[in-house]
Ligand binder design. Structure first.
Ligand code: HEM
Length: 497
């Protein structure tokens, strides 16, 4: 019997039933798991597990599942299966021991709509990623990364920040935007060749867009877009704000790039944008190398985004943890007064003589848990991890929260305890499970810069001020989860010491 005849006989309900049954069977066949594939909890046909995940605290939910499934399990998020890896040992095995097998990022529909496939620093792969990671690191070094010039630039920004906080005259204020602006100015100087005044209206709006896009991208709306792009493209909803926000950020960067092109002197590149333009003009590159203007905008966007939100959020958590642990704040201030004093500038060499402050900054990063879920990777070939088989092309997420709070690695995982990084004589000790920047070949490109900033900003702030809570107000320590984990809006007092 022809298909059209069958359809004619079926009434509407029958047709619907047939279509649903067909989709469920097709879905089952498509998502059949190979032997030894990582175990998973029950998942709904078509939808998978996307609505099972606690969207407010996904990192905690996923870490708990890791305990149930021996640190490796899979979930279906819409179209895709994702393998989750938890706990220090298994995450290290994936990111460090088997670094080559998990170096790439999977295809991201969201990223494709923002800027195209294989662009920028975060989402590019293969030769193109290697070339741009190398080019970016060497260019940032040319503009002072790891050198005295960078130290001087950060200290100058610290002075602007301290003046601004001094201007609050001890009244309660929310330090988030100020810290965001100060931290962003460091990457702006290297990339755009300029800093922005804290009163610059356009720049303030850009910083707001950065925070908004990072928060939305990591929210359930971002995940729904990644899981069902074709459907979400047709629907209204907050996910559309992700794209309009990115468009505004790209327009801002395009304007800056145009200005750079007009003023460019190839003999004297002033910053990352100039250096990229010179590289594009003067060296022979394959079109697939990505030395073109579209990719310049995406690389700058990645540096601008990654270089702003993460470090300033860490400083925010630092203020909160040291206000709620006044004894720790006093010990840090005592060490600053003893080693640096109040007359000369701090410098990076002081780190070696300030084990307690170093331990406190590390503990802020651990408990702050700024990028709790990490960023997706993909299995570049058929791979065995633990006792499980992961087929080539499977998306993999090594959960950093599960490492920074691993009960087998940390004496008091849920408590703020600088002792995690001190030996019995008070010397600073490195801990292998300290992985806020992730690990392996795709470890955070800005780690060195972030560590310089965290030390110099923290020491400058706590040398000048005693920070305290607003009377009668309590901090909400849960955090808001996007791509980063940020504090709920809060206010503090900064009293000159
Ligand atoms: C406390 C501050 C920071 C934290 C906690 C942090 C954390 C991370 C994490 C977890 C990743 C993902 C790594 C992976 O996939 O395994 C990452 C990637 C990255 N970070 Fe950071 N980051 C920080 C600051 C910065 C800064 C200041 C910059 C700017 C230079 C930066 C630029 C990048 C870039 C470009 C990548 C992508 C690297 C790649 O895919 O090759 N980050 N970061």
């Amino acid at each position: 019997m022809a298909l059209s005849t069958v359809l004619e006989i079926l009434d509407f309900k029958g047709l619907l039933l047939f279509v649903v049954a067909f989709l469920v069977v097709a879905d089952f066949l498509k998502h059949r798991k190979p032997p030894n594939y990582p175990p998973s909890p029950f998942s709904l046909p078509l939808l998978g597990n996307i609505f099972h995940i606690d969207s407010k605290q996904p990192h905690i939910y996923l870490t708990k599942l890791g305990h149930v499934y021996n640190n490796i399990f899979s979930l279906r998020l819409g179209r895709d299966k994702v393998v989750f890896i938890t706990g220090y040992k298994m995450v290290k095995e994936a990111l460090v021991t088997q670094a080559e097998n998990f170096v790439d990022r999977p295809y991201s529909p969201l990223q494709k709509r923002v800027g195209g496939s294989n662009v920028g620093l975060f989402f590019s792969n293969g030769e193109m990623w290697k070339k741009h990671r190398r080019f970016t690191l060497s260019t940032l070094r040319n503009f002072g990364l790891g050198k005295k010039t960078m130290e001087v630039a950060i200290l100058e920004e610290c002075r602007f920040l301290l003046d601004e906080m001094d201007g609050q005259k001890g009244a309660a204020f929310n330090p988030t935007i100020l810290l965001n602006n100060a931290v962003s100015n460091i990457i702006c100087q290297m990339v755009f060749g300029q800093r922005f005044d804290y009163t610059d209206h356009q720049f303030k709006i850009m910083l707001k867009y950065i925070s908004k896009s990072i928060q939305l991208e990591g929210s359930i709306w971002g995940q729904l877009y990644e899981a069902f792009p074709a459907i979400m493209n047709q629907l209204p909803g907050p996910h559309n704000k992700i794209f309009s926000t990115y468009k505004l950020l790209c327009d801002f960067i395009t304007e800056v790039v145009e200005k750079h092109k007009a003023e460019l002197n190839p003999a004297e590149p002033r910053d990352y944008i100039d250096s990229f333009l010179v590289e594009t003009m003067e060296k022979a590159h394959e079109p697939t190398d990505g030395f073109d203007e579209q990719n310049l905008i995406m690389c700058v966007l990645d540096l601008f985004l990654a270089g702003t939100e993460t470090t300033s959020t860490t400083l925010c958590w630092g203020l909160i943890y040291l206000i709620t642990n006044q004894d720790v704040q006093e010990k840090v201030q005592e060490e600053i007064d003893r080693v640096i004093g109040q007359t000369r500038d701090p410098n990076l060499a002081d780190r070696a003589n300030m084990p307690y402050t170093e331990a406190v900054i590390h503990e802020i990063q651990r408990l702050g848990d700024i990028v709790p879920l990490n960023v997706l990777r993909v299995a570049d070939k058929d791979t065995t991890l633990g006792k499980c088989f992961i087929p080539k092309g499977t998306a993999v997420l090594p959960i950093l929260h599960s490492v920074l709070f691993d009960e087998n690695e940390w004496e008091t995982p849920n408590k703020f305890n600088p002792g995690h990084f001190l030996d019995k004589d008070g010397n600073f000790v490195r801990r292998e499970a300290f992985m806020p920047f992730s690990a392996g070949k795709r470890v955070c490109l800005g780690e060195q810069l972030a560590r310089m900033e965290l030390f110099l900003f923290s020491v400058s702030l706590f040398r000048k001020f005693r920070f305290s809570a607003v009377e009668g107000e309590q901090f909400n320590l849960d955090g808001v989860i996007g791509v980063t984990r940020t504090p709920h809006p809060f206010k503090i007092h900064a009293t000159a010491r």
